[in-house]
Design a protein around this ligand. Structure first.
Ligand SMILES: [Zn+2]
Ligand SMILES: [Zn+2]
Length: 300
């Protein structure tokens, strides 16, 4: 089987489980919007969830329709397969516990239980649990270094994608149906974000390298998604000569939102999209995000 056939087979199998899938670029970032798709903030721009284009707007393009999946893969045969997490049917009806050993993440048998599981291409693990049906935030798992929750508004890369840096393949190590989350995990996943995730001068960040205080006086940090919206709007509305520096400033704001619980992958995806909308090159976007995240004590 060619790599394209392997990809198609996996995508169709996922769709058969009711999982909406889409493709990321080879660099693990969202594909660029097509040229016909009006940019955000410009005349004719549309809500991403209403767009009918095949691969525009990142995870909004996720689908279970086989003909659309075939067309996506035919257009981007070396894309990475990804699934939109979160409540069904917009998402796959899964909550993914994303364990990243490079940042201290580990499987904790007291908290987690065996379930459908993929080994990531980056030496980590994705545990797929059944979504409980009420809202689940995508954010770092409170109190657990190197463990993120990917649920509503999130996505994860699926097997048989190949990690762009390590060149390792994502692979299933347990293919059972997603189990329900154990009670302690449910409790932690659903715990209110504010008290748990907002760092202060006296409580160092638990899940990211310390060194930066977000400043609890900033009321927007209590609503990380709102902060992200404000930052992205600044990029879209920036005059031409100010776009680059505005993108950097926005990336710092998004980094703060990530400290406060916003999903890092979604933050990077949204910044990338806003940067492209503002006619920045991928290289400049990557540099702005890297510099800003580093300045805010995050590893992009
Ligand atoms: Zn489009
Ligand atoms: Zn569109």
């Amino acid at each position: 089987m060619s790599q394209t056939d392997v990809l198609l087979h996996a995508a169709v199998a996922a769709a058969g489980r009711g999982w909406p899938v889409f493709l990321l670029g080879r660099s693990k970032r969202p594909l660029a919007n097509c040229p016909q798709c009006p940019k955000r903030g410009q005349p004719g721009a549309h809500a991403p969830e209403a767009c009918t284009h095949l691969t525009c707007h990142g995870f909004y393009a996720a689908t279970t329709a086989i003909d659309r999946i075939e067309a996506m893969i035919a257009t981007h045969p070396d894309g990475l397969l990804a699934v939109r997490t979160g409540a069904s049917p917009i998402g796959a009806g899964v909550v993914v516990v994303d364990i990243d050993p490079r940042h201290g993440g580990r499987y904790d048998p007291d908290l987690m239980a065996p379930t459908r599981c993929a080994a990531t291409g980056n030496h980590g693990w994705h545990l797929f649990y059944r979504h409980p049906g009420h809202p689940v935030l995508s954010r770092p798992l409170p109190g657990r270094a190197g463990v993120d929750v990917k649920a509503d508004g999130g996505y994860v890369v699926l097997p048989p994608s190949i990690h762009p840096i390590t060149r390792h393949q994502y692979r299933w190590v347990d293919e059972r149906n997603a189990e329900g989350m154990p009670p302690r995990l449910t409790e932690l996943v659903l715990s209110p974000p504010a008290a748990e995730a907002i760092p202060s001068a006296t409580s160092p960040l638990r899940t990211r390298p310390a060194g930066v205080c977000v400043g609890s006086a900033d009321s927007q940090i209590r609503h990380p998604a709102k902060l992200v919206d404000v930052c992205l709007a600044r990029v879209r509305n920036a005059p031409e000569g100010r776009r680059r520096v505005t993108l950097y400033g926005a990336a710092r704001g998004v980094a703060r939102a990530i400290h406060a619980g916003f999903d890092p992958d979604t933050g990077i995806a949204l910044l990338t999209e806003a940067g492209r909308d503002a006619d920045q090159t991928d290289r400049d976007i990557h540099a702005a995000i890297t510099d800003a995240f580093t300045a805010e004590g995050l590893t992009p």
